[in-house]
Design a protein around this ligand. Structure first.
Ligand code: PLP
Ligand code: COI
Length: 357
């Protein structure tokens, strides 16, 4: 398609939130959104930025019945000089296309996706919040939209980008989170859709998440879907441990999301000459490390969650406190380095930051 994105600005701009401390996550939306349509004959067409509005959808649409949906999550950051930046957006574009491939949805040309991101965030740049730790959360998503009930690959799809000024994902900000290891439900198996960022993975995780919340935990740590023996990832973040001085994280087996924050932390640590082991970590190894006092730190990492210290880990009937329930040294260092780079307080030797305006 031609890369021309048409723009229709709103006649009724909304009030922006005045108290950025109360933003929460993903509850407030900006004035505009990006929309693009695809069908088998024409490919992608009608790319436009329009006023934020409800969608109209056929009741038989594929997405409503068979979960033809994929999404991404990235953020725009406001720097002290007023400029607005993205962090490694091409990584999200490529992951979205890998998710599309897995789910039988069409590929989006990288240039179109990037142009749409930059243009939309540029138009709604005044919505990027200023407060410490706040950002504009960007949610691209694609749905399959055939208007009949056969189970099949789609011949119509729609791609959207919406924007949400947000604060911290967890209510407690950087306070250590309480995580429960799930030993009944599984999230994904190899060959399934675990490494795709598709809505169905999250739908299937809700029951265990609710159960954990009722028991006073923030999120669930998933075990592998075959033996329920190996650590995989948390509900909305990858997981890392410091065991006996070494950073270890589950290897990408196909069942977990290849997180961009995970990748960035590994690349950062390696650039400093620190060893990072990407391998299988059994829950027994973890329990033993905890009992021997060798599990020094644990943290989750993700776009929404940033770097989140894990203060308590529960497995079956045992509750383990990590780092005395406080944020550990490496966790704090990684939080400072990553957020420093994203907010322009530290240099960016990797070229990860992209200017919007
Ligand atoms: N794992 C899951 C299940 C997620 O939802 C996310 C968030 O996107 C992550 C890991 C971390 O990925 P990223 O660092 O790309 O945000
Ligand atoms: C993100 O970190 O971008 C995510 O997508 C997590 C989300 C499911 C809230």
């Amino acid at each position: 398609m031609s890369s021309a994105i048409t723009v229709k600005l709103t006649d009724n701009p909304k009030m922006k939130p005045t108290d950025e401390g109360k933003l929460g996550f993903g509850r407030v939306f900006t004035d505009h959104m990006f929309v693009c349509e695809w069908n088998k004959g024409e490919g992608w067409h009608d790319a436009k930025i329009v006023p934020f509005a409800d969608l109209s959808i056929h009741p038989a649409s594929t997405v409503l019945h068979y979960g033809a949906e994929i999404f991404e999550g990235l953020k725009a950051y406001r720097w002290a000089d007023g400029s607005v930046k993205l962090f490694r957006p091409t990584e999200n574009v490529r992951r979205m296309n890998r998710s599309a491939e897995r789910m039988g949805l069409p590929q989006i040309p990288e240039e179109l996706f990037l142009e749409a991101l930059l243009k939309l965030v540029g138009i709604d740049a005044d919505w990027v919040p200023h407060g410490e730790g706040t950002s504009l959360y960007i949610r691209p998503f694609m749905i399959g939209d055939d208007e009949h009930l056969g189970v099949h690959g789609v011949s119509h799809a729609r791609f959207y980008i919406i924007l949400s000024p947000s604060g911290s994902y967890y209510k407690g900000g950087l306070a250590p989170v309480r995580i429960m290891i799930e030993d009944h439900d599984v999230r994904a198996v190899r060959g399934g859709t675990g490494e795709a960022k598709c809505g169905g993975n999250y739908g299937a995780s809700v029951r265990a998440g609710e159960k954990a919340e009722e028991k006073g935990f923030d999120q669930v740590l998933w075990l592998d879907g075959v033996e329920q023996k190996y650590i995989e990832e948390v509900g909305s973040m990858n997981i890392m441990f410091k065991i006996d001085g070494k950073v270890v994280t589950p290897a990408l087996t196909g069942a977990i999301l290849p997180g961009i924050t995970r990748k960035s932390i590994i690349e950062f640590l390696k650039s400093k000459g620190a060893a990072v082991e990407e391998r299988r970590i059994s829950v027994d190894e973890l329990a033993k490390a905890l009992e021997d006092g060798k599990l020094e730190e644990a943290w989750g990492c993700g776009t929404a969650a940033v770097v989140s210290p894990v203060g308590v880990l529960k497995y079956k009937d045992k509750e383990y406190v990590i780092s005395g329930g406080r944020i550990g040294e490496t966790t704090q260092m990684l939080y400072d380095e990553l957020t420093g780079l994203q907010w322009g307080k530290k240099p960016d030797p990797f070229g990860w930051v992209v200017n919007v305006k």
